[in-house]
Design a protein around this ligand. Structure first.
Ligand SMILES: [Zn+2]
Length: 55
């Protein structure tokens, strides 16, 4: 899946891929990365800063 987080893929996402990161609370940041949710119920989107951290 090349460039999955660029161009029209982003535009097609809700809020064009932006939102508030649930981990660091940054607002209007791009939420591009799926990580496993803390309760293990599924995945949640996090920003680039949080993608490498464990949830
Ligand atoms: Zn974050």
């Amino acid at each position: 899946m090349p460039k999955a987080h660029r161009g029209k893929t982003l535009k097609a996402m809700p809020s064009k891929g932006r939102g508030t990161c649930p981990l660091c609370g940054s607002t209007r940041i791009k939420l591009l990365y799926d990580v496993t949710a803390e309760d293990g119920s599924g995945t949640t989107k996090v920003c680039k800063r949080c993608k490498s951290k464990k949830a």
